[in-house]
Design a protein. Structure first.
Length: 300
């Protein structure tokens, strides 16, 4: 399903997924570059965890447990002490732990999302306390067993994402712009606020609030179309909101743990009405729900 990679959605010094960019627009953990990172030619991060459901942009794709993971590698672009940012690739995967979507998507590793990205933090001061973090990525969503897992039929779509975050010592505002250009020419805008609080050298908490605006063409996670008249009236709207809390614990320099919880809700009134009347796929049918996950992290 559409994602803000994680990793994609909240990238760099201040953005996670994740990270949701995610580019799945939502990553399982936020990874910040250390001061030593610019001297290293290659760096990256990853995570793997179990989640209560497949949540995307504040909507549920699957309400039953899943395994999801992300791995990313980057190369710093330095020439004569000039920082040109970093270039990298990433891969995200999903495995359903129940048979709920088996007939339409398969079960094990039923989605692979690949991305190519470039990013850079444009610092406003020599101390590197204020700056604009930017990341752009092209994401290819690949479903190896779409339609029916017994057939070797694939389905795919592609997004072009832009993520911005205002790096500062206080609360970080962020915005992710997503354009689906392969199938439906759809658009999505994700924006919000977050703040990482270091409890100690190993343990950190990141509360956040996120809002999602989308148009009808970016219809993933909307209530299943064709089942309710209200759906046909919805062209674009402030669709969902999410209040979340991420926790990370660094065990060693390279390995750690994460946990995340969130409360998600549909905002638009017509969309809530459509969710009540929808049938078929689960996309967007849960108007209000809690979601969470736990797992392990890797930094290199």
């Amino acid at each position: 399903m559409k994602k803000l990679m994680v990793a994609v959605c909240l990238a760099g010094a201040c953005v996670a997924s994740a990270a949701e960019v995610a580019d799945k627009g939502e990553s399982a953990t936020e990874v910040e570059q250390t001061e030593a990172a610019p001297q290293l030619p290659f760096w990256g991060f990853g995570n793997y965890g179990i989640y209560s459901g497949y949540q995307l942009y504040g909507s549920l794709v699957n309400s039953e447990p899943t395994l999801q993971g992300y791995l990313e590698g980057n190369v710093n672009l330095l020439a004569k002490d000039i920082d040109f940012g970093y270039l990298g690739i990433g891969i995200w995967s999903n495995t359903d732990l129940t048979d709920k979507r088996r007939d339409s998507y398969g079960k094990a590793f039923n989605e692979w999302d690949f991305n190519v990205h470039w990013g850079r933090t444009f610092w406003f001061d020599d101390d590197k306390t204020w700056g604009l973090d930017y990341r752009t990525s092209v994401v290819w969503y690949y479903y190896p067993h779409r339609r029916h897992h017994r057939y070797q039929k694939t389905d795919t779509t592609m997004d072009w994402n832009h993520s911005f975050a205002l790096v500062n010592p206080f609360v970080i505002p962020f915005i992710d712009v997503v354009h689906e250009y392969h199938e439906s020419d759809g658009n999505l805008l994700q924006f919000g606020l977050k703040k990482t609080v270091a409890v100690n050298d190993a343990f950190a908490l990141t509360p956040s609030i996120t809002f999602v605006w989308r148009n009808r063409n970016y219809g993933w996670c909307f209530p299943h179309y064709g089942t309710d008249a209200n759906w046909n009236k919805i062209n674009s709207c402030l669709a969902t909101m999410k209040i979340g809390l991420d926790a990370t614990y660094q065990i060693t320099k390279n390995f750690g743990l994460f946990a995340k919880v969130a409360y998600c809700s549909i905002i638009d009134g017509d969309l809530r009405d459509a969710a009540d009347a929808a049938s078929g796929a689960e996309y967007g049918q849960y108007k209000d729900f809690a979601w969470g996950g736990v797992g392990v992290t890797l930094n290199f």
